[in-house]
Write a protein that binds this ligand. Sequence first.
Ligand code: C5P
Length: 219
Amino acid sequence: FQPKYLRGLKMLVTAGPTFERIDAVRGITNSSSGKMGFAIAKAAADAGAELTLVAGPTMLCTPYGVRRINVVSAQDMLAAVNAEVAKIDIFVSVAAVADYHVLNQSEHKIKKDANILTLELAPNPDILANVASLADPPFCVGFAAESENLLDYAEAKRRRKKLPLLAANLVQQAIGADDNEVILLDDDGQHRLPRAAKEEVARAIVKHAARLYNKYHPE
Ligand code: C5P
């Protein structure tokens, strides 16, 4: 690989959690620091990709040279991704998208009392599955965080969402941590990456994605 092996390619990365509003001050979210997604964005930008990062709420700084679009909810993230998707070659979906949004949202802060409060939750769209099932999809890379049966669940997810590449990790080892242990799943099987700092893991994932992309899109 040349140092700028992604030059000329346009990439879109989603990162961080989404936040689903309950009322003026409360909401539902997922545990995700955004570190893995931001590290992927940095590794790809360093390798020469033209990078757009769609980020849910996180305190992280934008990597150098990356165009960032901030979003809050899964619906916002879907809209941002849909607006970009026709322009890109590679989509890496690292975001921990909330699976539900609140139907009975309240504009004002709900006053607490002794009664039981019931939230109605409706499923969110699956952004990655939508993109991967487009007529002419970009090369799609997914992530799967599982707490058990990692490889079975992750491979089932890769097939269901029609992904050429999926990075699987155990939540217990990944969330909030600075390092990570990832297994890559593709049509050739499993590729275990050594446990390392998220920056290093990100560089290995981006390289593997580039290798596969080149295989599927020979010049
Ligand atoms: O189904 P699950 O959420 O475990 O799948 C994880 C993968 O799908 C991740 O790559 C995540 O970014 C993506 N995803 C998505 N939209 C959702 C749920 C997950 O893009 N609503």
